[in-house]
Design a binder for this molecule. Structure first.
Ligand code: SR1
Ligand code: MG
Length: 405
């Protein structure tokens, strides 16, 4: 059993060579000459690309015993590497077409070897450049509805599901979300991060009791509603794309939680980009055209997610009582109302909480950036407060359009 230590590029090469020699990885030729470099710029982990001389490559990802973005003062469990690998394996068995493939996993070293998706782009970077991906909404809806349904009580026996809830118990990473998503933005906290010019807007968030009630309800559901195995961090940096392909990575925040959380987070990131484009694309016609694409993406994702879930409940449920049409409609209505609320909460926490998005922080003109931040705060607030009145997609989109125009 290898004792944990943090890798450098040389360790990554040695480790992969060792795996090849022992038959633990058949991706490279036995005699391959390997090189590696570290390129991770995420919040938490080390990420190496290991190449051979013909440019075949794999990714070696290693968890650090602390949050990389903060440093050693924020210790963090290495078990997140197990969670990530096991969520990828679970989701990959259900939806291989949209899940990054795990080639090898070592729990002691908290490392995973993954297929290299470097031929694709990270959705966030591409959307910052206003690139369009007409299939991403359908793909995300497919990934979330299939992995959601096949890990839910509609499909699993109660005992099997409860065993999985234990397997995917992820208290430390959940606590990060509980704090950063649902608590910090609504109180004075040193982790919050916003410009002084936004202070009045932040104060109005902290003084809005209806909003704080909505945040508490969403948090309570996140804490105590193990509906399915979530990805847990479905932002645009966790999605690789090209025109035909969508692959999901990084489910280290995975756990059994409310179905609406992942789709809400995804929709929130689409809206963060929508608002950021008000400062990024100066030509009105061009901006409207791109923002229309984003709204179509949002609409497709919401609609297809609902349709696919309903179809799965109707044709593949193993629990006849849960599969009654009335309950299916009731359940999905709740899930989608939750999603609207989580979407709003993502907008707020990415604007004034610890972890921001490059879509907004990368806007150079500080006045234009401020206007975008004010818009995301109002949008997030209104979505959270009015989520319960969104009984269907028409209600949701009517609300959205009223807020965006
Ligand atoms: C300390 S981790 C900050 C954020 O990065 C992750 O990707 C999650 O979104 C988390 O909230
Ligand atoms: Mg991540």
């Amino acid at each position: 059993m290898a004792k944990y230590f943090a890798f450098n590029a040389e360790h990554a090469v040695d480790y992969i060579k060792h795996l090849i020699k022992n038959g633990g990885l058949d991706f490279f030729k036995k005699e391959a000459k390997l090189t590696a470099y570290e390129f991770g710029d995420g919040n938490l982990n080390l990420v190496f690309r290991v190449n051979d001389e013909s440019n075949n490559s794999v990714i070696l990802k290693q968890a650090l015993p602390y949050a990389r973005c903060v440093g050693e003062s924020w210790p963090l469990t290495l078990d997140r590497a197990r969670i990530e690998a096991e969520v990828l394996v679970n989701h990959g068995a259900i939806c291989s077409e949209h899940t990054a493939e795990v080639l090898h996993y070592n729990p002691e070293l908290a490392l995973t070897v993954l297929e290299d998706l470097g031929h694709l782009q990270i959705l966030r970077g591409a959307q910052i450049k206003a690139e369009q991906f007409p299939l991403v909404a359908e793909h995300v809806a497919h990934y979330l509805s299939y992995t959601g349904f096949y890990n839910s009580d509609f499909y699993l026996t109660a005992q099997h599901k409860k065993a999985k809830v234990c397997q995917f118990s992820n208290p430390e990473l959940c606590q990060i979300t509980e704090d950063l998503f649902f608590s910090d933005p609504y109180i004075i906290h040193e982790r919050n991060n916003f410009p002084t010019e936004l202070s009045e807007n932040v104060a109005s968030i902290r003084n809005n009791s209806a909003l704080k009630l909505a945040a508490a309800k969403l948090k309570a559901k996140f804490l105590a509603c193990p509906q399915t195995l979530l990805h847990g961090d479905m932002h645009s940096g966790s999605i690789f794309v090209d025109q035909k392909t969508t692959k999901i990575i990084d489910p280290e925040f995975g756990f059994f939680g409310p179905v609406g959380f992942d789709i809400g987070s995804f929709m929130g990131n689409i809206l963060l980009n929508y608002c950021a484009q008000n400062a990024r694309i100066t030509e009105l016609a061009k901006r409207r055209q791109y923002q229309t694409h984003l709204l179509t993406c949002l609409q497709d994702c919401y609609t297809l997610f609902e349709q696919k879930w309903l179809n799965l409940i109707t044709h593949h449920s193993n629990d006849a009582s849960l599969a009654t049409p009335e309950f299916a409609r009731y359940y999905l209505q709740q899930v989608l109302q939750d999603a609207v609320g989580y979407c709003g909460a993502e907008l707020i926490r990415r604007t004034i909480g610890l972890a921001h998005v490059a879509d907004i922080d990368g806007i150079e003109d500080s006045q234009a950036r401020l206007a975008v931040q004010q818009q995301t705060l109002i949008l997030g607030e209104q979505l959270m407060v009015n989520a319960h009145s969104c009984n269907n997609k028409d209600d949701f989109f009517a609300l959205l359009i009223s807020l965006l125009n």
